[in-house]
Design a protein around this ligand. Structure first.
Ligand code: ADP
Length: 173
């Protein structure tokens, strides 16, 4: 059984222990996947988020999942794409790494990620996919407590980019 799987779908419907939210620094909700997660989780999620005092780019914070099938939401803030020479790659990698670290801390066994930063934040999807897959594989190699990581893509372009990145990185080994 593969521990990392790419799927096409809506992350708010996924039944993993935790889902990751591509939030903004305020953690007070936004559009895209953030809006969809808040809508599905209900107003209690926003209430808990208000108490967190925001989140820095590349870092992650955890809340309950409320009306979502997932028990927890891990909120991480991806970098806004500013051309690629403002530390975007490192910050995006940190989002995946810090979310996974937090998951381990809470005993989470199954976790789903959206394609962080590739929507409103305009990070090029193929580049983002390589960073995400490489960081997740590296983490899974070192940590044995996480049983399943799902990359949940919302459209075909993202799905293809993540599939391709996974293929590239697993055929190299
Ligand atoms: P960011 O601000 O980090 O770019 P966005 O929410 O704008 O975040 O986009 C991140 C990715 O999430 C995009 O690829 C978008 O298509 C995707 N997305 C939007 N809604 C959902 C959803 N319900 N489930 C999974 N992915 C989603």
């Amino acid at each position: 059984m593969k521990r990392l799987e790419i799927i096409l779908g809506d992350i708010t419907k996924v039944e993993t222990d935790a889902i990751v939210n591509a939030a903004n620094k305020t953690l007070l909700g936004g559009g895209g996947v953030d809006g969809a997660i808040h809508k599905a989780a209900g107003p209690e999620l926003l209430e808990e988020c208000r108490r967190l005092n925001g989140c820095e780019t590349g870092e992650a914070k955890l809340t309950k999942g409320y009306r979502l099938p997932a028990k927890y939401v891990i909120h991480t803030v991806g970098p806004v794409w500013r051309g690629g020479d403002h530390g975007e790659d490192g910050l995006l990698a940190a989002c995946y790494r810090n979310s996974l670290r937090l998951a381990v801390e809470y005993g989470i066994k199954t976790i789903a990620f959206p394609s962080i930063s590739t929507g409103a934040y305009r990070f090029p999807v193929r580049r983002a996919a390589r960073i995400a897959i490489s960081e997740i594989l590296k983490f899974l190699n070192e940590d044995k407590s996480i049983e399943k990581v799902l990359m949940v893509c919302f459209d075909n372009e993202a799905f293809k980019a993540y599939e391709e990145a996974l293929r590239e990185m697993t055929s190299k080994a």
